[in-house]
Design a protein around this ligand. Structure first.
Ligand code: MN3
Length: 199
């Protein structure tokens, strides 16, 4: 079924100075919008139109005849999730049950941060770094291009876009600086905790 292009959960200026309005105007207003438009055009009047976006992602994964549908469906989903993973005045540390689980599964919050940044730094080319729940254990993963933990049986809890379009206007080639800023100043741990509670 058609996927409605969601509103950003904050103003385009809200993440400044960490992520500029200029970046969001392109990243949300052009890149994300194009994925949603392409997705809706591809599924329109096809059997996939009966399915939810998540069902289309799972159904088309690894189907050589549906690569375009998968890429646009997953990128539509990934970006909506990514916007919700950030907020103005974000960062800091998780609390409560999520903090306890991170400490239990990674050893400490610092060790989680190291693993998450390592995943982002070692994703060669375009992709995503994730915190997921995998059969009840929290793990850090990285995926290439549009790939998404849903197709690997994992529950996404947090993501960071490491495609160059996510940071190049503000950070140029300095992906590590963007990743540091994402963790220290942008992560919406309340949203992550909601995903964890529902996992
Ligand atoms: Mn992107």
């Amino acid at each position: 079924m058609a996927y409605a292009f969601p509103n950003l959960p904050y103003a385009e200026t809200a993440l400044e100075p960490h992520i500029s309005a200029n970046t969001l105007q392109f990243h949300y207003g052009k890149h994300h919008a194009a994925y949603v438009t392409n997705y809706n055009n591809l599924v329109k009047d096809s059997p996939l139109d009966a399915l939810s976006l998540e069902e289309v992602i799972k159904t088309t994964y690894n189907d050589a005849s549906k690569v375009g549908v998968f890429n646009n469906a997953a990128q539509a989903w990934n970006h909506t999730f990514y916007w919700n993973c950030m907020k103005p005045g974000g960062g800091g540390t998780p609390t409560g049950a999520l903090a306890d689980k991170i400490n239990a599964d990674f050893g400490s919050f610092d060790e989680f941060k190291t693993a998450f940044k390592q995943a982002g730094a070692t994703q060669f080319g375009s992709g995503w770094a994730w915190l997921v729940s995998d059969a009840g254990t929290l793990k850090v993963t990285k995926t290439l291009n549009a790939d998404n933990p849903l197709v690997h049986g994992q529950v996404p809890l947090l993501t960071m876009d490491v495609w160059e379009h996510a940071y190049y206007l503000d950070y140029q080639n300095r992906r590590p600086d963007y990743m540091d800023t994402f963790l220290t100043s942008l992560v919406n741990w309340d949203f992550v905790a909601q995903q964890f509670a529902a996992a």
